[in-house]
Write a protein that binds this ligand. Structure first.
Ligand code: AHR
Length: 502
């Protein structure tokens, strides 16, 4: 008898899962850039961390957002180009309270270093321009420096700095959390600023580059804020032609619990908070549908993941990498698959050493965290067609929850790519195993080849990864059988499985 019945409606397409949905975010914060991506913040001793580059390249990350975060709205890109020894040292306004040795920004890692990193990793850059304390001209100049092939001072400066050809950066964010650290603006105020920026950047884009830019505005988790923003955007005289391709939201969760001290009831709560991603996406999509009816605007979740109390500005937002966090990432990636018709990108925070990073470093060591394993297991979904998947699973009520919320104990999503159907299943129950029964409509499983992977079978949810145990989190095989036309398996507590059928 199955605890959970999963039905994959193989012919009920939702939309293509954009590979960019598996994107990442890195900020000049704590040890993310300096020590994480780059060996040092000193101008004498510069270089990429090859171990980290190779872990990111292996994962084939599709897009990387930089330089922030709050840092972006106080960053002046010209500080970070040209000869290293001539770059000014500045304060890092938002993350100045970090580890003592990193309160300032050396600018050793700037635009050309970031874009070279992207080339080495094989990923698309996503640059976040300064709206809070910058100017439309500064943003437009940055784009010209990166992307213009002609004969201007800024294009020549890029050539002098070692890059003859334009970089062709496609994704440009105009501002970050402008309702907060990006200038404390009302939605109407940010919309007017956005319109001012997009006017110059958009016009320049039409005239100067042989490829399209995708412009990204920073929204909010709340429906009303996004509606008010979009209503004001609509006042543009360009109407539907006005450049706005994506609207973003940020969703962090787990803020009340340090995992090593938390109990199972709190694990349930964290997972429910993660699943609230669905509500945030629906609200944003609802605002877009209600107001921006004549244009196609994608939803980007350009910062997301766990943020536990251990992660404070004083320790550079570092927190342990646990199985529970990784499990929550799997649940969220399933949601992105269900909403592949609206979600165009996501960027988990943050790539190395900060918050729910995928990679951790300690001096010469670099290792994959459990969340890295989840992204790897979900990789076959990238670029595939998501299909409707229904799950009938037991639920558990949260203890002492004023909203009477419940945790569904099993989650799943599926995608189809040619002859392959790929199904991911999470057992969100941190206490017990769950038996799953998976039916794939229209597929005769007896004639198919089935391959499986299982993560975290023998690990407790609060188990932390470090340099010595990182390999223990690698995937193993899940035992499945075919019974009356369905796949049957038992998922141990707090595990994630990938099942490929072709
Ligand atoms: O990721 C850390 C911070 O969280 C970012 O700088 C900011 O955008 C968000 O509030």
């Amino acid at each position: 008898m199955a605890n959970a019945r999963i039905t994959v409606h193989t012919a009920a397409d939702i939309d293509r899962i954009e590979p960019e949905v598996h994107g990442h975010f890195s900020e000049h914060l704590g040890r993310c850039v300096y020590e994480g991506l780059w060996t040092s913040d000193s101008a004498d001793e510069v270089g990429f961390r090859e171990d980290v580059v190779s872990l990111l390249a292996d994962l084939e990350i599709p897009v990387l957002r930089w330089p922030g975060g709050c840092f972006a709205d106080d960053y002046h890109w010209e500080d970070g180009v040209g000869p290293q020894e001539e770059r000014p040292r500045r304060r890092n306004l938002f993350w100045a309270q970090g580890p003592e040795e990193l309160p300032e920004e050396s600018n050793a890692f700037g635009t050309d270093e970031f874009l070279e990193l992207c080339e080495r990793v094989g990923t698309e850059p996503y640059l976040a321009a300064n709206v809070g304390s910058g100017s439309p001209q500064e943003a437009a100049n940055w784009i010209e420096y990166c992307n213009y092939a002609g004969d201007t001072e800024l294009a020549d400066r890029r050539r002098e700095n070692g890059h003859e050809e334009p970089y062709g950066v496609k994704y440009w964010g105009l501002g970050n959390e402008n309702w907060g650290c990006g200038g404390q603006m009302s939605p109407e105020q940010y919309a007017r600023e956005y319109r001012r920026y997009a006017t110059y950047v958009g016009t320049q884009s039409n005239l100067m580059f042989d490829h399209d830019l995708e412009l990204i505005a920073c929204g909010f988790e709340g429906h009303k804020w996004n509606r008010r923003f979009l209503e004001e955007i609509n006042q543009s005289r360009w109407g539907a032609e006005f450049p706005l391709d994506h609207l973003t939201l940020h969703h962090y969760y787990g803020r009340t619990m340090n995992i090593p001290e938390a109990d199972e009831d709190q694990y349930d709560q964290l997972l429910v908070e993660a699943l609230e991603m669905e509500r945030h996406i629906e609200r944003m999509a609802g605002a877009i549908n209600a107001v921006a009816t004549t244009r196609d605007i994608g939803v980007i979740i350009d910062e997301w993941g766990t943020w536990h109390p251990e992660a404070t500005a004083d320790n550079g937002l570092e927190q342990p990498g646990t199985v529970l966090d990784a499990l929550s990432a799997a649940a969220v990636l399933d949601i992105f698959n269900h909403y592949s018709d609206v979600v165009t990108m996501s960027n988990i925070a943050q790539t190395v050493n900060v918050l729910q990073c995928l990679i951790e470093t300690d001096e010469d060591d670099a290792w994959a965290r459990p969340t890295y394993r989840v992204f790897d297991l979900y990789a076959p979904h990238k670029g595939s067609e998501a299909v409707q998947t229904s799950v009938e699973a037991p639920t558990r009520e949260l203890v002492d929850d004023s909203e009477d919320r419940e945790l569904p104990l099993v989650g799943a999503s599926a995608s189809v790519n040619g002859d392959e159907t790929y199904v991911t299943v999470t057992n969100l129950d941190c206490r017990e195993a769950q038996t799953i029964d998976v039916t794939l409509e229209g597929l005769d499983l007896e004639s198919k080849s089935i391959e499986t992977e299982l993560l975290f079978a023998d690990q407790d949810p609060d188990l932390e990864v470090d340099a010595d145990n990182a390999d223990e989190f690698a995937a193993e095989e899940l035992d499945v059988s075919v019974d009356s036309g369905s796949l049957v398996a038992e998922l141990p507590a707090s595990t994630v499985a990938g099942i490929s059928i072709q």
